[in-house]
Design a protein around this ligand. Structure first.
Ligand SMILES: Cc1cc2nc3c(=O)[nH]c(=O)nc-3n(C[C@H](O)[C@H](O)[C@H](O)COP(=O)(O)O)c2cc1C
Length: 214
């Protein structure tokens, strides 16, 4: 077995202090997001891990793509009947996190996932390439399927049906918006004395800002 006990890195690229942050965590998220993009990394900066509490009582993480964020929250798209979709229906409390290795940064968002308006999901679905649209239609996400061929054959049939027709968004596919209640920003620092700043929503507008021990 490979010994990983010596795998460690010193984090020293940046610093997070109370006097260089805005009052609103969405603004700080935006600032960090653009900085990550400007690092020129080939990584998908918008890939985030979301965890839900499943119907089986276990938390489950998986990666999805963040497609939009603003003061309202953080939007991703998925199949509403998937394992995560069913988990969210039962318990909308969700956690999303980003690890941006290139900047030695982590962001952890706790919030409530809500389905976005149908017309917004329609708009995003229409903007997707046809192949992705068909993929969403053909895949009963998270269901057990008999084989890969089963999926590919169904895809072929759909390609014929929709050869010259626009594809309508399946009603079970759309966006969720994570409405944040707490956002934590983590900046790696030397000697494991990392900076951690936590924003907690106090009412609809004000965020309490606290520093956490690393
Ligand atoms: C980089 C990356 C991006 C992904 N983006 C999405 C996405 O935006 N939406 C989605 O439903 N699944 C996405 N997936 C697949 C999910 O991780 C997951 O396999 C799928 O949503 C089924 O999850 P569930 O069975 O827990 O519901 C992505 C996976 C990776 C690795």
């Amino acid at each position: 077995m490979k010994d990983l006990s010596n795998y460690r890195k010193t984090y020293e690229k940046s610093e997070l202090t109370e006097n260089n942050i805005p009052d609103c965590p969405i603004q700080l998220f935006q600032q960090w997001f653009y900085e990550i993009e400007n690092f020129g990394a080939s990584t998908e900066a918008n890939a985030m891990t979301i965890s839900t509490l499943g119907l089986d009582g276990f938390p489950k993480n998986r990666v999805v793509l963040l497609k939009k964020f603003n003061e309202e929250g953080f939007i991703f798209y998925t199949n509403y009947n998937s394992e995560k979709g069913k988990a969210i229906k039962q318990n909308p409390n969700i956690c999303a996190s980003f690890f941006w290795e290139i900047a030695e940064r982590q962001v952890i968002i706790k919030g409530k996932a809500e389905k976005i308006a149908e017309n917004l999901s329609d708009g995003y679905f229409e903007s997707r390439p046809k192949g992705s649209q068909l993929g969403a239609v053909v895949s009963p996400q998270s269901e057990v399927i008999p084989s890969k061929e089963y999926l590919l054959e169904n895809l072929k049939k759909l390609e014929k049906i929709y050869e010259n027709k626009p594809i309508e968004r399946p009603k079970n596919w759309g966006g969720f918006c994570i409405k944040p209640v707490q956002i934590e920003f983590w900046q790696g620092r030397p000697n494991r004395l990392h900076d951690r700043i936590r924003f907690t929503l106090q009412n609809d507008y004000n965020w309490k800002i606290e520093r956490l021990a690393p």
